[in-house]
Each structure stands twice: as C-alpha cells, then as structure tokens.
Design a binder for this molecule. Structure first.
Ligand SMILES: NCCC[C@H](NC(=O)CCC(=O)O)C(=O)O
Ligand SMILES: NC(=O)OP(=O)(O)O
Length: 313
C-alpha cells in the first residue's frame, strides 16, 4: 500500500480486517514493526478518537509518534504559482518536503469548507500532501472520505454479524449544524467495495450522496421502509451534495427505539461524536445493541493494520 486515502488503496479489505483483529488480540507483541520509524499526525480540525487511536496504534507498533495541531503552525498555501503576499506564510511544497524528512508516514486531517463543492471534492489539502510528500500519506478524515473510520466499521460488523450477508442501513439523521459528507461517502464505498453486506441508504429527498459513492447500494427516501429487517443501523447526519452544503430540520428522522423495533434486532452504529436525542435517542444509544464504543475501540486496530501495510509496500 502506497497511501491510505480511500477504499481504492485497500486492495484486500479482509486482509486488513484480519491484521486488525490480530493486533487487537495481541496488543503487546508488535512493537518491532515500527521500530526506528516515525509517524507524524497533522490536525487541521478537532478530533478525539482519530487523534488518540492513531497515536495509540503508532505506539503499539513501536513508532515514535509526533502529533501537531495545525492551528499552532504557519498558515499553509495550497495553490501553485501564487504570489504569497497575504496571510499564508508557508507553501505545502516546503511543508510536505520538510515533514517527509522527519517521518516515515504522514497522516493528515482536513475537513471541507462546505462552500465550494469543486474545491472540496478535489480534496485539495490531502492531495497536496500526497503530491509533495515523499512518504506515504494517510487520511485522518479528508473533505470527502474517512477511510480509517470505515475500516473500523468493517471490523465491527465482521465481529458482530450473525448472517453471512447482513443487511446494513446507513440512515441520515438530524443535526443542528452543517456537517461533511465524508463519513457516509466513505462508509458507502467501503461497504460496497467489501461486498459482504447488502447496503441500503436512507435519506430525505434532496440529501442523496454523490453518485460515485452510492453505486451498488439501494437508496430509499422512506426511513421506515429502509429499516425493516436491518441487521445493522448506521446513523449519520450529512449536509446536501446538491445544493451543496444545504441542511434541513427533519427531526422526524431521529433514530429511536420505535424505529429500531422495525429492524431484525439490529445493532446501532455511529462514528461519534454524536448529539444525544437529536441524532439518536438515549434509549438506543444506551441499549446493549449499541456498538458505538466498540467502533471507537476498533479505530486503534484499523490504524495499526494500515500503518503496518504502509511499511511493507
Ligand atoms: N470524525 C467524525 C465526524 C466528524 C464530523 N462531525 C462533527 O463535526 C460533529 C460536530 C458537532 O456535533 O458539532 C463529521 O460529521 O464529519
Ligand atoms: N469518529 C471520529 O473520527 O472521531 P473524532 O472526530 O473524534 O476523531
């Protein structure tokens, strides 16, 4: 594996799941893998799980781990050929070149602006690092995708499925803020790329994800119809792809115990952080069918599997 930016970089998802599950059951035997190697994590946006689970994965494999909050660094320029006489003090060409001398793997979190769809969907920040870094680049959630989360979600489903090909429902849910499409885009492309589940996506009219991510999934605009017979329910809010960044106040899409009663005693999933009683009711989140903490635990092991794969390329 040369980089880890999307499902396309994962040539064998089941092998990554296997390695993640191995690291999970043997957490103290793998410090030789990253010995004398350095992982740098750059955060342009807040994080709890990604930051700490990736650091934990790195140290578990023996890496030296350095994390930098980019709010404390120079403001970077990403455009080529510009006259840098405004507030951006350093070009990504130099920054990526410098960082590549300090580390063996460079990981980056960069959310979308949610104003200019073309700019966001070009995923400029992560691709600029990929272009100018000379070491493998890992997405810690970019403008369009969150592959470490999606791999952790595959692991969680693999651990809990009772049928060979479970029905997985990704449902839009309400939220007071305008949120990215990265988590649902990525979840959809990993579920269909893995091809071990039947994926149904439920969202209000006007909230369809970009078609490039939903190919292979059934898209429904009736949440109850989608939930019927589900084995896993994955809730997430996202703002609209068209018109880009639009939001809606559809509080009737909150996932509660009545909705879960339509399912095949489904497990509930969410990437976190989650707004209680806005996205999902306390009753669902606090029930034994909720897998949100297991998903967060698997973030460490998904990151470990990816870090290993990037070293043996
Ligand atoms: N990394 C996981 C999700 C991050 C982000 N959620 C958020 O920003 C929620 C923040 C809030 O609830 O205010 C998203 O949806 O992509
Ligand atoms: N799920 C997830 O990526 O959480 P953080 O935003 O806290 O990293």
């Amino acid at each position: 594996m040369n980089n880890f930016l999307s499902v396309k970089d994962a040539t064998d998802i089941n092998h990554l799941i296997e390695r993640a599950r191995y690291f999970k059951t043997h957490p103290h035997e793998n410090a030789y893998i990253g010995q004398h190697k350095t992982l740098i994590n750059l955060f342009f946006n807040p994080s709890l799980r990604t930051r700490l689970s990736t650091e934990k994965a790195g140290t578990t494999l023996g890496f030296q781990v350095i994390t930098m909050d980019m709010a404390g660094g120079w403001k970077l320029e990403f455009e080529d050929g510009v006259v840098m006489n405004l507030d951006r003090a350093e070009h990504v060409k130099e920054a990526a070149g410098v960082l590549s001398q300090y580390c063996d793997i460079l990981a980056v979190r960069s959310f979308p602006g949610l104003e200019d769809r073309n700019a966001d969907y070009e995923d400029r920040i992560i691709h600029a690092f990929r272009k100018y870094a000379t070491v493998p680049v890992v997405s810690l959630e970019s403008a369009t995708r969150h592959p470490l989360q999606s791999l952790a979600d595959c692991i969680t489903i693999a651990e809990h499925r009772k049928t060979e090909r479970p029905k997985v429902v990704l449902t839009w849910a309400p939220h007071p803020r305008q949120l990215p499409q990265a988590v649902p885009n990525s979840f959809a492309e990993w579920m269909t790329g893995w091809d071990e589940v039947d994926l149904v996506i439920a969202n209000p009219e006007g909230f369809d994800l970009a078609p490039e991510f939903t190919a292979g999934a059934e898209v429904l605009h009736d949440q109850a119809e989608a939930l019927r017979g589900a084995d896993f329910v994955y809730a997430k809010n996202w703002s609209a792809y068209e018109p880009y960044g639009a939001t809606t106040d559809r509080t009737d899409w909150l996932v509660d115990t009545d909705k879960m009663a339509l399912t095949n005693d489904a497990y509930f999933m969410h990437c976190l952080p989650v707004r209680r009683n806005v996205v999902v009711s306390d009753g669902v989140l606090d029930s034994p069918r909720s897998l949100v903490l297991q998903q967060a635990n698997n973030r460490t092991w998904s990151a470990a599997a990816v870090l290993e794969a990037l070293l043996v390329r």
